[in-house]
Design a protein around this ligand. Structure first.
Ligand code: FES
Length: 133
């Protein structure tokens, strides 16, 4: 039984099946609805956010620490060809698939990035970041 057959066996179909298959391939799930989750900066898996330039990917969202006091959250899914390969590097969001570049407002900085990225709101209360649509 292959992955597709297994997921169909679980009763998944349509968009749910596509989402599950994508998650299996990338290890991440792209947001399909409103985004609303919290990141605890004290959690071990949030450690990359303790330094400027660090980032994490959670719930299909890239959360980057862009300055000492600033975090920015964008979709992990690139607008170029839909690959979930958006990262943060050298002061910009960057897709490792074909090199799309985006600024912290989600605006494309080259031809591959011309479709832009969805940027999510962040509210910080102490060590908790709430990321939401
Ligand atoms: S999918 Fe991101 S640059 Fe092509």
């Amino acid at each position: 039984m292959n992955r597709f057959q297994f997921l169909k066996h679980l009763g998944l179909s349509g968009a749910a099946l596509l989402t599950a298959l994508t998650a299996c391939q990338t290890g991440e799930v792209a947001p399909v609805g409103p985004v609303d989750f919290e990141v605890d900066l004290n959690d071990q898996d949030s450690l990359p956010l303790s330094r400027v330039g660090g980032f994490i990917v959670r719930n299909g969202v890239v959360v980057a620490r862009t300055t000492a006091n600033t975090f920015v959250a964008v979709t992990h899914t690139c607008s170029h060809e839909g690959r979930q390969q958006v990262t943060w590097r050298n002061g910009e969001f960057y897709c490792t698939a074909h090199g799309a570049r985006f600024n912290t407002e989600g605006k494309g900085m080259n031809k591959e990035g011309q479709g832009g990225l969805t940027v999510y709101s962040i509210e910080q209360k102490g060590n908790l970041l709430r990321i939401h649509s």
